[in-house]
Ligand binder design. Structure first.
Ligand code: NCD
Length: 310
C-alpha cells in the first residue's frame, strides 16, 4: 500500500499531496493502535537508523530513536558536531556518504537551511529532515496535522492560529504547507519583526488560502479552533538585544483562556520557555503532551514507509 514512499527522502512540507498525508496518517493510526495494545511490530528488525544531530534536541531525537526501537530496529547516532568528524572539517556530503554504509535510514538536524537536502543528494539511503536551521521540519508538521485531526476531528473547515516566532520557526514553515492541502483558515499572530516570511504568506494566498496577519492575540483567539504556540527562537537572532525586546511578547495563561466562549486545542512543538504558563497544562484543550506522544506513531510510520518495511 505504501510502496511509493520506499527510498524517498522527507525534506520539505511542500513535497506531499493530500493523499500522501492520508496514507502516512493511516499507517500511523495502525501503529498507534498496536503500541497502545502493547504489540511490538518487529517490522524493522535487523535494520539500522542513524541519527545525526548537529543542533540541540530532546524530543525529536528521542522520538525517532524510540520509534525505531518500537519497530524492533537499532539506532546509531552522532549527538553533536563537536564529537563528530564535522569538527575536523568533513563536509556534510561525505558524512552522508559514510553513514549510508552503516545504516538503512538517516535522520538529520543541522543549523543550515538546505542541509538536509545536501545530505540527501549525497546519501544512498533515505534522509529525513529533522530541522534545517530556520528552514523546515516536515516530520514535526506531519505529527502536528495528525494531532489536529485527532483533537478536532477534521483539518478542513477550521481556523488554526499560529502564534510567536513565525519568522524563524521551522515547525510552522512546514505546517502551513501541509494545512494548505486542506484549505485550513490561518491566522498568523506575531510581533512585526517575527512575521511569517513574505514568500510563504504570498504563496499561500496565491493558492487560495485565507490568511490573516495580526499582532492581536486576543482578537485572534475568538475564532481559533487550534492555537499553535511557538518559542521565540533565541538561537537564530544575530543581535541578542533584539531577542530581549520581544521575548515574552505572547504568553498563554489560564487567565487568558478562562473566559473564552470556545476553548481552542492548544499545541506547541516544545520546548516551551515562557510562552505557555504551567497552569494551562491541566486545561482540557492543552494537547502539547498528547502531541509528543503522537510523534512516535507518525515517526514509526515514516521510518517504516521510506525503508519499505510496510
Ligand atoms: C522545535 C524545533 O527544534 O524546531 N522543536 C521540536 O523539534 N519539537 C521547536 C523549537 O525548538 O522551538
Amino acid at each position: 500500500m505504501s510502496r511509493h514512499f520506499k527510498g524517498k527522502h522527507i525534506l520539505h512540507g511542500n513535497q506531499f499531496s493530500q493523499q500522501d498525508l492520508e496514507e502516512i496518517m493511516a499507517v500511523a493510526t495502525d501503529f498507534e493502535r498496536k503500541v497502545t495494545s502493547n504489540e511490538i511490530p518487529l517490522l524493522m528488525k535487523g535494520r539500522i537508523l542513524a541519527t545525526l544531530f548537529f543542533e540541540p534536541s530532546t524530543r525529536t531525537r528521542l522520538s525517532f530513536e524510540s520509534s525505531m526501537h518500537r519497530l524492533g530496529g537499532a539506532v546509531i547516532s552522532v549527538a553533536s558536531a563537536e564529537t563528530s568528524s564535522a569538527a575536523k572539517g568533513e563536509t556534510l556530503a561525505d558524512t552522508a556518504r559514510t553513514v549510508s554504509q552503516y545504516a538503512d535510514v538517516i535522520v538529520i538536524r543541522h543549523p543550515r537551511i538546505g542541509s538536509a537536502q545536501e545530505a540527501a543528494e549525497a546519501a544512498s539511503i533515505p534522509v529525513l529532515n529533522a530541522g534545517d536551521g530556520a528552514g523546515q521540519h516536515p516530520t514535526q508538521a506531519i505529527l502536528d496535522v495528525y494531532t489536529i485531526k485527532k483533537e478536532v476531528g477534521t483539518l478542513g473547515d477550521i481556523t488554526v492560529c499560529l502564534v510567536g516566532d513565525l519568522k524563524y520557526g521551522r515547525t510552522v514553515h512546514a505546517l502551513v504547507e501541509l494545512l494548505r492541502l486542506y484549505h485550513t483558515r490561518l491566522i498568523f499572530v506575531s510581533p512585526s519583526s517575527l512575521k511569517m516570511p513574505q514568500e510563504i504568506t504570498k504563496n499561500l494566498r496565491e493558492k487560495g488560502m485565507t490568511v490573516t496577519e495580526t499582532d492581536d492575540l486576543k482578537e485572534a483567539l475568538k475564532s481559533a479552533d487550534v492555537l499553535y504556540v511557538t518559542r521565540i527562537q533565541k538561537e537564530r537572532f544575530s543581535n541578542l538585544s533584539d531577542y530581549e525586546k520581544i521575548k515574552g511578547s505572547y504568553v498563554i495563561s489560564d487567565e487568558l483562556l478562562r473566559d473564552l466562549k470556545k476553548e481552542p486545542v492548544i499545541m506547541h512543538p516544545l520546548p516551551r520557555v515562557d510562552e505557555i504558563t504551567t497552569d494551562v497544562d491541566t486545561r482540557p484543550g492543552a494537547a502539547y503532551f498528547r502531541q509528543v506522544r503522537n510523534g512516535i506513531f507518525v515517526r514509526m510510520a515514516l521510518l517504516a514507509m521510506v525503508t519499505g518495511a510496510v
